[in-house]
Design a binder for this molecule. Structure first.
Ligand SMILES: [Fe+2]
Length: 226
């Protein structure tokens, strides 16, 4: 028991240190991670198989691999070149390696698979349908929603209505239909979270004025760098 508590304390400090690094390196990503975690925890409540508190570190660290991507690419305030996009798309694998090396193996699956798409068009493993871990399918909806409703230097944030319409349109394509249904099943609580974030433009822009770019506003593109 004592060893377990000690291990938990070490893990908590490791998570906090990685989040601190992420915040200092790319504050917009850190702010995004915090918002997405809240959305994902709410969505996870719809799935008895998922344990939110256990998943919280993975939700917070999903983009930690961006610590290993050049800041000039992560923070680029306009569309990425194809070569830059390929580099960004290594962040799930880099992130998995980083969390495993940090002793956070329980976060590895979500970190690696958070950009997989239900229709098999995602990365890095092009998993399809239920091949994708459930927590990643659920998380992907929260991740894309926050990406779409966040301000970028070259476009405004999408409204609640526009973003939720896009989620519905992408059910069965980018997203697991059950995960999208879970979003709409909890839309009142999710709208409260969204409203709290959007009441402060600074919060949605990342809280720092430093932001990173998407190439367009559709759910697929918006989540490609989320
Ligand atoms: Fe990501």
């Amino acid at each position: 028991m004592v060893a377990g508590i000690a291990r938990g304390g070490v893990e908590r400090r490791t998570i906090d240190e990685l989040l601190r690094l992420l915040d200092s390196r790319t504050p917009a990503t850190a702010a995004h991670s915090s918002r997405v975690c809240r959305y994902a925890l709410k969505l996870a409540e719809a799935f008895p198989e998922l344990d939110g508190p256990t998943l919280e570190p993975a939700f917070l660290l999903h983009d930690v691999g961006k610590l290993l991507i050049p800041p000039a690419i992560i923070e680029k305030p306009c569309a990425l070149t194809p070569a830059e996009r390929k580099i960004v798309e290594t962040h799930p694998v880099l992130g998995e390696e980083l969390v495993r090396a940090s002793g956070l193996d329980e976060a590895a699956v979500l970190v690696r698979s958070h950009h997989e798409h239900w229709d098999g068009s995602g990365y890095p493993d092009r998993l399809e349908g239920p091949e994708i871990p459930l927590e990643a399918r659920v998380f992907a909806v929260a991740d894309a929603f926050d990406a779409m409703t966040s301000t970028r230097p070259y476009r405004g944030a999408r409204t609640w209505d526009a973003a939720t319409t896009e989620l519905r349109r992408s059910a069965g394509g980018q997203f697991d239909p059950e995960a999208v249904d879970a979003f709409f099943g909890r839309r009142r609580e999710l709208f409260e979270l969204y409203s709290a974030y959007t009441s402060s433009n600074a919060a949605v822009a990342g809280g720092s004025g430093r932001v990173w770019a998407h190439s367009s506003a559709d759910a697929t593109s918006a989540s490609a760098r989320s």
